[in-house]
Design a protein around this ligand. Sequence first.
Ligand code: TYD
Length: 142
Amino acid sequence: MHKLDEQIRILDFPEMGDERGNLVVIEGGIAVPFDVKRIFYIYGSDTTIRRGCHSNLRSEFVLVNVAGTSKVLVDNGEEKRIISLDKPRMGLYIKNNVWKEMYDFSEDSVLLVLSNEHYDASEYIRSYEDYLARLKEAPEKA
Ligand code: TYD
């Protein structure tokens, strides 16, 4: 079993702003621990919505609330943690095989997500029971 601390990481992107405003740069393999293959963003969700609710066999993610705020529950089957994303220079890295749920979106939330993999529906585990059962079968993944 892995410690959740080894499966997630808070990233603190350097501010490169000046008197004209703020600038945050995210370079694959430098500011995030993978080469970026996919970018998507989630907006227009609100406090009643729960998104994610899956784990991924291969995809790793970095989540950044570039506007507004949200919360992320991460769970490796043994430990759970809630992380508040509340500034554009903060990232949350989540390794593969970690269950995650995003919720409590502020009205102005724009949640940017970077991933090391292209989209492949077959590597998404969308049932929590299935997730736990797979961990039991192959605990080295947890
Ligand atoms: P979903 O995985 O439920 O989004 P999230 O977990 O971020 O809340 O995806 C919603 C829909 O969008 C689903 O039909 C699959 C599709 N989708 C893609 O086609 N490519 C992608 O990279 C993502 C994240 C989703």
